[in-house]
Design a binder for this molecule. Structure first.
Ligand code: PLP
Length: 385
């Protein structure tokens, strides 16, 4: 039987490994030594890790010293989201976490906060964090328990909607709190600058950029205000994240970061053209397709849509059988497709399924054409059903 041609349209779940990242990983794997060793072999690996730190820092306009490497964004989130901070040597309590309703589970689970100390910030029907609600929550915050911490992502992984993080920061500054920004889906798609965003911490992940899976970073604004370590041991990463570094993964992460920073406007314009063509084609095929976030700022690569009457799970399987890899946006680790918490947060009916197409640097017009052909078939089968 002929192998079906596959079309990969799930870059927000993970981006295909970039050739440059692969090369960097493979050559680092062949290096002998431990980056903490003082001999020549160890020093060569230390240099590689520190060069990776500079590349990742440059991607978000941070100081290299402010990058803590982790095993991914989930670990970075669990490191940042804790009630226990230090201001220099002095312990500092964070009393409560306010996280937007549309955060990725890595954030929504609240890290090391107990459930009772986590409150969600609602989003509006347009999918933007509700700034008035945040203001009210922070007005009511009990400072006696400690400072408030707010977590709002820069770009949502399901809809691609860009959140008003700068405005969120302005509110937080008036209330004297901390801002943690999950920038996983934003880097390489919109310019991300920790200073311009006025964020205290940024969370990054390598595999969303075309680097290997299992690497990420927590980037801080300074070095004075820092969370209690999550992984304690030999004191690597200045004691913030113990355990021997993974130089191969970090070299791959750095290569992906360099590539994400290069040619951003040109790459974005090309991807936006593909995405806009895809959406026009969908609308021509059926007039009842709902494209979420079409009227607000979105990253250029993401299209999250609903077809009334088509469940996420059924749609995902139908497209998979057509050779198209896309996502329901909310697949959990078991692979089971649940209701999109983002659509629910935006006030849509729980029965409305959502499907996400996400493109990347390697996406082509041929990918879009194959998707649209499959889309028409899925739409007509839905009508026939
Ligand atoms: N945050 C967002 C917005 C994501 O899309 C993801 C990955 O799906 C994560 C966090 C978790 O990243 P990682 O796989 O590096 O733990």
């Amino acid at each position: 039987m002929a192998k079906t041609e596959r079309t990969y349209l799930d870059w927000n779940a993970t981006a295909p490994l970039l050739p440059a990242a692969r090369e960097a990983v493979v050559s680092a794997l062949d290096m002998v030594g431990n980056p903490s060793s003082v001999h020549g072999e160890g020093r060569a690996l230390r240099m590689l890790v520190e060069a990776a730190r500079r590349d990742v820092a440059a991607l978000v306009n941070a100081a290299p010293a402010h990058v803590i490497f982790t095993s991914g964004a989930t670990e970075a989130a669990n490191l940042a989201l804790t009630p226990n901070y230090r201001m220099g040597r002095t312990p500092l309590a964070i009393g409560h976490l306010y996280a937007s309703e549309i955060e990725h589970p890595a954030i929504r689970e609240g890290g090391r906060f107990v459930r009772a100390d986590v409150t969600t910030i609602p989003v509006t029907r347009t999918g933007l964090v509700d700034l008035e609600a945040l203001e009210t929550l922070l007005n009511d915050h009990d400072k006696a328990k400690g400072l408030p911490m707010v977590a709002v992502m820069l770009a949502n992984n399901e809809t691609g909607i860009v959140q008003p993080v700068k405005a969120v920061a302005e509110i937080i500054r008036r209330h004297g709190g901390l801002l943690v920004v999950d920038a996983v889906q934003a880097v390489g798609r919109v310019p991300v600058d920790i200073e311009a965003l006025d964020a205290d911490f940024l969370i990054l992940s390598s595999h969303k950029l075309g680097g290997p899976k299992g690497a990420g970073a927590l980037v801080s604004r300074g070095e004075v205000l820092m969370p209690a370590a999550l992984i304690r041991g030999g004191g690597q990463e200045k004691g913030h994240r113990s355990g021997t570094e993974n130089p191969a993964a970090l070299a791959g992460f750095a290569a992906a970061a360099r590539s994400a920073a290069a040619d951003l406007p040109e790459r974005n314009a090309r991807i936006a053209g593909l995405r806009d063509g895809l959406e026009t084609g969908m609308r021509l095929a059926t007039n009842d397709v709902i494209i979420h976030g079409a009227d607000v700022e979105r990253v250029a690569n993401t299209c999250f849509f609903s077809l009334p009457g088509l469940k996420s799970e059924t749609g995902q399987i139908a497209f998979d059988l057509e050779g198209i890899a896309l996502s329901a946006g909310s697949a959990c680790s078991s692979g089971k497709v649940g209701q999109s918490h983002v659509l629910t947060a935006m006030g849509f009916d729980a029965a409305l399924g959502g499907l996400r197409v996400s493109l990347g640097a390697g996406s082509t017009q041929a990918d879009v054409d194959r998707f649209l052909a499959a889309f028409s078939r899925v739409v007509s089968r839905r009508r026939a059903a």
